[in-house]
Design a protein around this ligand. Structure first.
Ligand SMILES: C[S@@+](CC[C@H](N)C(=O)[O-])C[C@H]1O[C@@H](n2cnc3c(N)ncnc32)[C@H](O)[C@@H]1O
Length: 278
């Protein structure tokens, strides 16, 4: 099925980002290959905060897996991993990372909404996603149906994602104050913008156009409930996975925070754990 203009532009942009991210310090691919004990900062965050729990021996599907750094980190913790992404370049990078690091994983090219057709008759103990994933999707209810489709009865869904509140803020050029600049709710539809550099702050993409669709936290939670999942927790975190706002300061272990004081009273990520009834 042909992609609509928003997904087509996003796909060109994400294909361009793959070699840039592979070489970047932020993804630290060289260390992942050289050190069999190394796991990504994002997966380490989950361990430090005891969020997803033990994955050993479980089948894990990573939706929008990008270059597989997080996916294969779960594999290093004992999960049998499958990653899905609509970028063929990203899936090639996943397979290369798997081979060069000696970490097993299955990787498949599929648009999120078509992945149930591309991976027929498959269900998993865990469905995992996040860190800049759902903003690329236009229909959060359709996404939640895909999540529920892939879960075994009793299976666990877990997402650690950039908070939608941060996505709606910008910094005023004149006074440095945070201002509400972008929509918060999905009804606003895809929001187009151009950016030459990815969040790694390295390289330049040829295809600068990209479209994000906002999803309010309530919309995401409600979509999961409507898809039949039962919530275990919803957490809001004061750490960000990259320098999203110009005033963000390093917080250690690859994460970023707002400056101390009143401004720090802002959620930067959220995590949701839910399960499919038996
Ligand atoms: C920021 S990455 C998230 C992965 C992971 N957090 C990371 O940073 O490595 C976003 C991923 O979503 C993928 N993506 C965007 N739209 C998609 C769609 N409609 N279907 C499947 N994948 C999509 C992109 O190719 C990209 O790899």
């Amino acid at each position: 099925m042909p992609l609509d203009k928003y997904r087509a532009a996003n796909l060109e942009n994400w294909n361009d980002r793959v070699p840039i991210h592979w070489e970047s310090d932020g993804y630290n691919i060289r260390q992942f290959i050289d050190d069999p004990e190394h796991i990504s900062d994002v997966v380490q965050f989950d361990l430090d905060h005891e969020e997803l729990g033990d994955v050993a021996g479980k089948s894990l599907l990573h939706l929008q897996c990008h270059i597989g750094h997080d996916t294969l980190s779960w594999a290093r913790l004992g999960a049998n991993v499958t990653g899905v992404d609509f970028s063929e370049a990203a899936i090639l990078a996943c397979n290369r990372l798997s081979a060069e690091s000696g970490t097993p994983g299955e990787f498949v090219v599929a648009d999120l909404y078509e992945s149930p057709t591309v991976l027929p008759d498959r269900q998993f103990d865990i469905v995992y996603t996040g860190i800049g994933a759902i903003c690329w999707l236009q229909d959060i209810k359709g996404w939640a149906k895909v999540v529920a489709h892939f879960l075994k009865p009793g299976g666990t869904f877990y997402i650690l994602e950039i908070h939608p509140m941060v996505g709606s803020l910008s910094v005023d050029d004149h006074n440095g104050q945070l201002v509400l600049d972008w929509p918060y709710f999905e009804s606003a539809g895809p929001q187009g913008y151009d950016e030459r550099q990815s969040y790694t702050g390295t390289g330049e993409v040829a295809h600068t156009r990209q479209y994000n669709t906002p999803h309010g936290l309530g919309e995401t939670i409600d979509a999961l409930i409507q898809a039949g999942l039962i919530l275990d927790f919803v957490h809001e975190h004061q750490l960000a996975p990259n320098k999203i706002l110009p005033m963000h300061q390093p917080a250690g272990k690859g994460f970023w925070k707002m400056p101390d004081g009143r401004e720090n009273d802002l959620p930067l990520m959220h995590s949701i754990k839910a399960h499919k009834p038996e």
